[in-house]
Design a protein around this ligand. Structure first.
Ligand code: HOZ
Length: 433
């Protein structure tokens, strides 16, 4: 059944004249799935509504932040109250302390942190800090991991960079990436080789502890432990980019799940409750190098913005209620089990990688454990699946190389509707193969 999308199409034509690709962030353009984006008019709980009056069960969740679902009452109330008091002060406010305390309480590796306005700024600033702290220049990143769009991190980067075939962006002078060393996710040998080649020269190992920007790729047993040891032995800082996993996998993020203590942690998404926020933090001794108490510069007019802080505090307070993650993970598990059954019934070869309440379906018969294996998936098939699902009222990410997010607003009812839609969508996807 074709969706009626006249208004979205009309709006997209206007948007295309005003913004590259009609959007302010590439993956949401639907280009990767050979379509044009739906324009959203409102959202509530697990549901999202477009400008043509269609409604969808949303599994994008604004790419991760909306773990409580859309327009959660507590968050909206907190935001309204904060905004009525003042939208930005450029001066300290109490909710900065409240949010920072909640983060410190949840992440034992963080004594002190600094707020930013995005995850990109958080990773950029954490890398700068690691270089200043170690007095070294080289950094290690992993193929397929995405850490925002700082120049020297756009090397074999995941997310939109992979989706649109430019994992290493033009416009980045070679000199800017000369100090970025690439290793393979889940391949500790590739990291060991770099450590022996660049002995005592590596400032940090930067990683998404659960990769989620080449689709979801969990760490194999021992991989994160191996990184921790290599970094420790070489005076290198281990930086966990938990922009996606922070407060998604549990209150203590992936570092709690896998019991590894990084030196620095980057956060974003959920800690802003749907507003633009990032943060980086770690041991006091390292964080004390940040201006104004140390020489490493970092600043931001909207860093610690009172409305964003209030949204973050309301979100985390809700997440701290008993049984939250258990319910979220069980619900996700029932969706994933249903998906496996459908795939089996229809004889479709696919891998589902999942951790907690996030997962990705890869249309490949290979195990997906790194960038290369993620790239074996049939993106054309994903694109057909995405479109069939959308027509059935289910919004999955419009790219193979992203994560599906379940929220606390989803219930068994939405999971049932989703599974029925998935069955039809996959049947059609396979029959038109
Ligand atoms: N980089 C985000 C996904 N990993 C996409 C953000 C967006 O388009 O909103």
């Amino acid at each position: 059944m074709e969706l009626k999308l006249n208004n979205s199409k009309r709006l997209y034509k206007i948007a295309e004249r005003l913004m590259p690709g009609g959007v302010n962030s590439p993956v949401r353009s639907f280009k990767a799935v050979d379509g044009t984006p739906v324009f959203i008019s409102s959202a509530k709980g697990p549901w999202i509504y477009d400008e043509d009056g269609n409604k969808y069960i949303d599994y994008i969740a604004s790419w991760g932040p909306l773990i409580l679902g859309h327009t959660h009452n507590d968050v909206v109330r907190a935001v309204k109250k904060a905004a009525e008091n003042g939208t930005s002060y450029g001066a300290p406010c109490v909710d900065e302390i409240n949010l920072a305390s909640l983060i410190v309480k949840s992440f034992p590796s963080i004594d002190m942190l600094r707020m930013t306005s995005s995850g990109t700024e958080a990773t950029m600033s954490a890398v700068r800090l690691s270089r200043a702290y170690t007095k070294r220049d080289f950094i290690i990143k992993f193929e397929g991991c995405y850490h925002g769009h700082a120049d020297y991190l756009l090397v074999k980067a995941g997310s939109g960079a992979t989706t649109f075939g430019t994992p290493s962006s033009p416009g980045v002078p070679k000199g800017f990436t000369n100090n970025t060393l690439l290793a393979r996710y889940n391949d500790i040998r590739s990291v060991e080789r770099l450590f022996s080649k660049y002995e005592n020269q590596i400032a940090c190992v930067l990683i998404e502890p659960v990769a989620a920007n080449m689709g979801v790729v969990p760490p194999k047993n021992g991989f994160l432990e191996g990184l921790r040891k290599l970094a420790q032995d070489s005076g290198t800082l281990l930086i966990f980019d938990e922009v996606i996993t922070g407060f998604r996998l549990g209150l203590g993020g992936a570092q709690k799940t896998y019991n590894i203590k990084p030196d620095l942690t980057c956060l974003g998404k959920i800690i802003g409750g749907g507003f633009p926020v990032g943060a980086y933090g770690g041991r006091k001794e390292i964080m004390s190098m940040i201006a104004p108490i140390g020489p490493v510069y970092h600043a931001g007019t909207l860093s610690g913005n009172p409305v964003a802080m209030a949204a973050g505090v309301a979100t985390i307070n809700k997440l701290r209620e008993k049984g939250t993650y258990k319910r979220l993970n069980e619900l996700t598990q029932s969706l994933i089990e249903g998906l496996h059954k459908i795939l089996k019934k229809l004889g479709i070869k696919a891998q589902i990688n999942s951790v907690g309440s996030m997962f990705t379906i890869f249309f490949t018969d290979r195990e997906v454990f790194d960038y290369e294996s993620a790239l074996t998936s049939d993106t054309k098939m994903y694109s057909r699946f995405f479109k069939n699902l959308l027509s059935a009222g289910i919004m999955f990410p419009p790219s193979q190389f992203e994560a599906v997010f379940v929220s606390l607003a989803h219930t068994e009812r939405e999971i049932d509707i989703t599974l029925r839609a998935v069955y039809k969508a996959l049947k059609e996807t396979a029959s038109r193969g």
